[in-house]
Design a protein around this ligand. Sequence first.
Ligand SMILES: *[C@@H]1O[C@H](CO)[C@@H](O)[C@H](O)[C@H]1NC(C)=O
Ligand SMILES: *[C@@H]1O[C@H](CO)[C@@H](O)[C@H](O)[C@H]1NC(C)=O
Ligand SMILES: *[C@@H]1O[C@H](CO)[C@@H](O)[C@H](O)[C@H]1NC(C)=O
Length: 247
Amino acid sequence: MESRALLLLLLIGSMMIGGIKCTTTIFEFTNNCQYPVWVGTLSGAGTPALNQTGFYLPEGKSVDLSTPRSWSGRFWGRTGCAADPDTEKFRCETADCATDAVACDGHGPTPPVTLVEITLGGGTSNDYYDVSLVDGFNLPISVEPVDGTGDCKDTACSANLNTDCPDDLKVTASNDTAVVGCKSACDAFEEPIYCCTGDYGSPSTCGPSNYSQIFKEACPSAYSYAYDDASSVFTCVGASYVVTFCP
Ligand SMILES: *[C@@H]1O[C@H](CO)[C@@H](O)[C@H](O)[C@H]1NC(C)=O
Ligand SMILES: *[C@@H]1O[C@H](CO)[C@@H](O)[C@H](O)[C@H]1NC(C)=O
Ligand SMILES: *[C@@H]1O[C@H](CO)[C@@H](O)[C@H](O)[C@H]1NC(C)=O
């Protein structure tokens, strides 16, 4: 009887310590680009908003952000941001979240945007993570799990798709001809065959397109179209993550 009570006490004790140790997941954001990035974060439906929904990340700098252990959401990098000279409102050339401010405050990015998508498993079951080009591309990103158990592979879109972007998907800067983003074929043409909607709304009816194949060749581990799951979703248990812009 007594030893059973002791065992129970030990069990509860270790669960408490485990709980305290594992209440957050750390994401380290690093900017290796030759330009500043303004990170955006968006929590998924039903998960808590983060302390930081947008922040400035200068060239060569790293910033840590904690999320709850059971959290889901998205991260992205905004480029070419500044206060508009006329209106003084904060604007970004790519992936703007249209809040007139650095904080995205529950608003998602304007495509084209390279997305990091995360669903955390609470520390005991699988985290799911991917880099997605389903909403297009604006800058290279990698995601590396650290100290997790399981498969835990790195994933990325390391190539600069702005230089390989098909002409009909290119987005140029407002003030010059530099390509700052590459649209998804879905956003560019709004056709079910590219968007995997309507008659093409299932994995068996929506395959890669001539456009998504260009994305897949440049970035083999990133989502190139909506049903590209097989080669684009990664899992790891109880990891921290390093998210790098321009890896
Ligand atoms: C929220 O962010 C601020 C500034 O980075 C930091 O000092 C604070 O500890 C954070 N709070 C939580 C709960 O992460
Ligand atoms: C265009 O705008 C970007 C970002 O606002 C700026 O860095 C760049 O110098 C501008 N280019 C020209 C040609 O004005
Ligand atoms: C993709 O295929 C469509 C339809 O056949 C064609 O109009 C388009 O030019 C092709 N684009 C590329 C980049 O190959």
